[in-house]
Design a binder for this molecule. Structure first.
Ligand SMILES: NC(=O)c1ccc[n+]([C@@H]2O[C@H](COP(=O)([O-])OP(=O)(O)OC[C@H]3O[C@@H](n4cnc5c(N)ncnc54)[C@H](O)[C@@H]3O)[C@@H](O)[C@H]2O)c1
Length: 438
């Protein structure tokens, strides 16, 4: 394939060398003449393991060329990978000036290009940038429309400096955000051979995935380092702790607890976080990331309250009360917190939870509910029908397939359902079903 690469920094230079190695003809474009001269001479502009040999071989193959002429690059190629930098501005926003300037230039150059060109943005971009900022610039400058005269798509780059050639050859996955089949098919023939899954998504999802993969990496490093800081203060070996923690691939290093939904609660997580924060305070250890967890969790409960209030209906049916489906444990249940807030706001509340039988509650569990919702006995109904009849807005906090089926059959068209439990096929319900934050 004939490919142009805009921006010959870490991402662009490695991509140029790897694509030429794989037999493609590659035109490298940069505004930095020094980088162009280095590559033309078979030298690498970035320090990366294996790049000296790879770049020398790529250039010696005769399959590479470099230029600062955007029009020439578009003329000679059918697909462009855009890898220019998107650093931070002083206020923390993404500085997109290089990519937007380039979009303008590429759009103008497109006026003289006859073929259907595919533009693949590989720079990390804030969600919405391709469709809301780049597309209008390129459509205006080119006089052509995205999806007709050219194609825009976003394919995040996952390589890491230091192991970039290995990562290029074995990425965690390929994600292509596109609105048309043509660019996906072109990228599949370019990257489909890599030993990883190939996913097609919306452009915005692909932009967001890249940002949040990096956020997740930063969060993991910070988690390990905050753990280590407290370990150090307590005389515990942080390596032994983190090594064992990572060996649990059932609950820790797994998909578990990584699905968006409602707030967490229960008799363990909140209290153990509080105990951790107390220990940290006692030893003068700052753990800002962990100390933000409970406040963030509270915001999730507040958001559920606001969602119910926004429905403008006062009769609320709460489906589920315990902290987790299938248990009667009410301690620190975020659904109990929601019930408390709603009662406080003067809503009329009824509750159904098949596992919660007040007469059978014992000990701390009983004390908790008596303290937080003293008149809960008057609110609890034995069956779903009772709750449905007495409510106009239903908050579904229990994840149970049979319950979803039953509810779906029983809801009225005028019910508003607020889904805290990831109900599948929401669009097929006869009434409006809204998620907590989507
Ligand atoms: N460095 C990484 O490991 C890595 C990994 C994945 C994604 N990314 C993302 O990829 C993008 C590029 O990162 P990088 O580290 O390679 O950046 P870099 O700063 O090393 O290189 C960017 C290059 O773009 C060039 N450039 C600027 N304006 C240009 C224009 N109008 N036309 C042509 N070239 C132009 C610059 O001269 C520079 O050579 C960023 O958005 C970054 O967030 C980087």
């Amino acid at each position: 394939m004939n490919i142009s690469i805009f921006g010959l920094g870490y991402v662009g230079a490695v991509s140029l060398a790897c694509l030429a190695r794989d037999g493609h003809r590659v035109v490298g474009v940069d505004i930095d003449r020094a980088k162009l001269a280095l590559i033309a001479a078979g030298k690498t502009p970035v320090v990366e393991e294996g790049m000296v040999e790879l770049m020398a071989a790529a250039v010696a193959s005769g399959r590479t060329s470099v230029t600062d002429d955007v029009r020439k690059a578009l003329h000679e190629t059918e697909i462009s990978l855009i890898c220019v930098g998107t650093p931070s501005s002083a206020n923390g926003s993404q500085d997109q000036s290089a990519v937007l300037r380039l979009a303008e230039e590429m759009g103008r150059a497109l006026r003289q290009v006859k073929h259907t060109h595919v533009f693949v943005f590989r720079s990390t971009l804030a969600p919405g940038t391709v469709e809301e900022a780049i597309r209008p610039i390129m459509e205006r400058a080119s006089g052509r429309r995205d999806g007709e005269g050219f194609h825009l798509c976003f394919q995040p780059e996952f390589l890491r400096e230091g192991s970039s050639i290995r990562d290029y050859d074995k990425p965690p996955f390929t994600v292509v955000g596109a609105n048309h089949a043509y660019p996906v098919e072109r990228l599949r023939s370019l990257f489909g051979h890599l030993p990883c899954a190939f996913h097609q998504t919306s452009v915005r999802t692909a932009e967001m995935v890249k940002l949040f993969c990096n956020n997740f990496h930063a969060l993991k490093i910070t988690f390990a380092n905050e753990t280590a800081r407290l370990c150090d203060a307590l005389g515990v070996d942080p390596f032994a702790v983190m090594d064992l923690l990572c060996q649990d691939t059932q609950l820790n290093i797994s998909k578990v607890y990584l699905k968006p939904g409602y707030a967490f609660g229960g008799s363990c997580l909140p209290k153990d976080l509080r105990a951790t924060m107390y220990l940290a305070r006692q030893h003068d250890v700052d753990l800002p990331m962990l100390s933000g967890v409970l406040p963030s969790n509270r915001i999730h409960v507040e958001q559920a309250v606001e969602k119910v209030l926004a429905s403008n209906k006062r009769r609320v049916g709460l489906i589920g009360l315990s902290f987790k489906t299938g248990t009667d444990d009410l301690r620190e249940s975020p659904l109990v917190a929601l019930a408390e807030h709603l009662i406080g706001k003067g809503m009329s509340l009824t509750v159904y939870d098949p596992e919660v039988h007040l007469s059978r509650l014992l000990g701390a569990n009983k004390r908790f509910i008596e303290q937080h919702v003293p008149h809960i006995g008057n609110l609890i109904r034995d069956d779903l029908d009772g709750v449905l009849a007495e409510s106009d807005v239903l908050v579904v906090g229990m994840a149970d397939a049979k319950l979803f089926d039953k509810l779906r059959a029983l809801v009225r068209e005028d019910h508003v359902v607020i889904d805290l439990a990831n109900i599948p096929d929401r669009a097929q319900w006869r009434c409006s079903v809204e998620g907590l934050c989507w």
